[in-house]
Design a protein around this ligand. Sequence first.
Ligand SMILES: [Zn+2]
Length: 186
Amino acid sequence: MEGEMERKPRIRRENNFVVEENIDALKWPQQCAECGRPVEVTDTLKLEKTYKTLGKINVTVAGIPYCQEDMLRVRRGKLLERVRMILAFVIGIPLGFIGIALAANSPGTKIILFGVVMFIGVLAGYGLAWLIVKVPVKLLFKSKFADPVDGWLIEEKKKDGKEGVSVVLSIPNKEYADLFARTNGV
Ligand SMILES: [Zn+2]
């Protein structure tokens, strides 16, 4: 409306974009976020996380533009990521137990160490799952998968000094990320 202040998102750019306020006012440049061709479909991210102090937070990021073909590649990419996460635990938890069994056999091991060993096991599983899933897929079927525009929530201190939630947006295509920055005045 005339005379009305335009609502603007407050964003800072680090490795990713961190949207501190007014995420609903974000503007997505109207071209495919992967290849720059005309927009055919839009994707929506539904982010949810429960915080000790702030309770359950829901944020919807709508209108992420893709061409039809890249929407498919993005869906496959997200599926692949899920497979990798599951595999990380499927491999990592037994690794953790093996580590614990080994640690339990060596004298003088404290119980507290078991948690650390399990953590290392899952971390190793995460790395192995990456090798098993991502590397071959990237080498053989790269054209069938795309890294999506992704988002997640973080808790941080806001300008007014209070704890609040910000949205981190990862935009893999550098050109599109630059365009996104200019469009939103970052
Ligand atoms: Zn595209």
